[in-house]
Write a protein that binds this ligand. Structure first.
Ligand SMILES: [Mg+2]
Length: 374
């Protein structure tokens, strides 16, 4: 299945952005130097973050700063070991694309992407950082928020889940209390103590729960028993119960459970979606796996065409990448965009949260600003 990226993006841009006000806004900004700068930023986690695979107290992300005509656009990469990514490799990949990007016309971001993404292999998060930075710059240049550029209604941003990492029952209960403003929680499981974890959450709250096993269960019979138990505990969906490669086993599971099964590690880009349609009820799209906003939009349209539910998720990210996802979230069913809420030193401001719903402002581009002193 090949769907033209230009057709999909062109249609949404035309639907949302045409108008005389936009043309006038496009004139703003003095001429100035073109610069692409890349830097590493260590994000500190509020709590040690544990999932079925690993545990961490910080994440080293990569920021991209693009400047032209006196306007600055920001992008972010969150390298993830699951996909063989690191901050070093991400920075090296961005440097490879630098000359093409600095020479290109950023307003032609669809065409331009086809040129620069050839320079980057196997670091989808580097593509995401560049794509986000270019689109942030375009939004600022045209003086419109990205959701408006795409023709989307910011009031339709879905409620985001707040994630509770794997921990001892006492700490889990404490985390559930801290997440009191979020009407839906996402619980990480995939260890020997799953029943204890979910029971601890249930003791602390009767809110709806979504559960993510991060490929932590290794056989279909075990996964079936766990999901049947989770259904009784009021869990409304299960994410990636089995390893990504176990597509047939997941299809077997899907026939036997009553709650949606969502693919996460099994789906990176648009090409992965068709083969998953019979095994999963939905997919979790992340900008870092997809390689940015443009690719995520393609994935959303392809998943819809195949009748799949869509979750928009994140890694541990600052407000730059979270805002980028939030701007396209009116298109999806479920949001899991809490990465910036899990860190204590977000270097940017601009994404609010109220009653568990991300609030986008009316500032151009991503609508984020550097936090003074960070
Ligand atoms: Mg997941």
């Amino acid at each position: 299945m090949e769907i033209s990226r230009r057709a999909l993006l062109g249609a949404s841009v035309l639907a949302g952005a045409a108008g005389p006000g936009l043309m006038r806004a496009g004139q703003r900004g003095a001429k100035g130097p073109t610069r692409l700068e890349v830097s590493r930023k260590r994000l500190l986690l509020r709590h040690t973050w544990t999932i079925s695979r690993n545990s961490s107290d910080f994440k080293d992300n990569v920021l991209v700063r693009l400047e032209r005509d006196g306007i600055v656009g920001w992008g972010e990469a969150a390298p993830n070991v699951r996909y063989n990514q690191s901050a070093e490799q991400t920075i090296a990949a961005i440097e490879k694309a630098k000359s093409v990007i600095e020479a290109g016309d950023w307003l032609h971001y669809v065409d331009l992407r086809e040129q620069w993404e050839r320079a980057i292999s196997n670091q989808s998060c580097a593509c995401a950082a560049l794509d986000i930075a270019i689109l942030d710059w375009v939004g600022r240049k045209l003086n419109v928020p990205l959701y408006r550029l795409f023709g989307l209604d910011e009031s339709k941003v879905p409620v985001t889940t707040f994630s509770i990492g794997i921990d001892t029952p006492d700490v889990i209960k404490e985390k559930v209390k801290e997440a009191r403003d979020f009407p839906v929680l996402k619980i990480k499981v995939g260890t020997e103590n799953d029943a204890q974890i979910v029971a601890a959450v249930r003791e602390a709250t009767n809110r709806p729960l979504r559960v993510d096993a991060n490929e932590g269960w290794r056989d279909k019979e075990q996964a079936l028993k766990k999901i049947q138990w989770l259904q009784k505990m009021g869990v409304e969906l299960i994410e990636q119960p089995l390893p990504a490669a176990m597509i047939e086993e997941t299809a077997w599971l899907k026939e036997r459970v009553d709650i949606p099964i969502i693919a996460d590690e099994a789906v990176k880009g648009v090409g992965d979606i068709p083969k998953l349609a019979g095994a999963y009820d939905g997919i979790n799209i992340k900008l870092m796996k997809a390689g940015g906003i443009q690719e995520a939009m393609r994935m959303i349209h392809v998943a819809r065409a195949l009748g799949l539910k869509i979750m928009l998720g994140c890694m541990i990210e600052s407000s730059v990448a979270i805002a980028a996802a939030a701007h396209i979230s009116p298109l999806v069913d479920y949001a899991d965009l809490d990465g910036n809420l899990l860190i204590s030193n977000d270097p940017f401001t601009g994404v609010g949260v109220k009653n568990g719903k991300l609030i986008l402002n009316d500032q151009p581009g991503l609508g984020v600003s550097e936090r003074p002193g960070s």
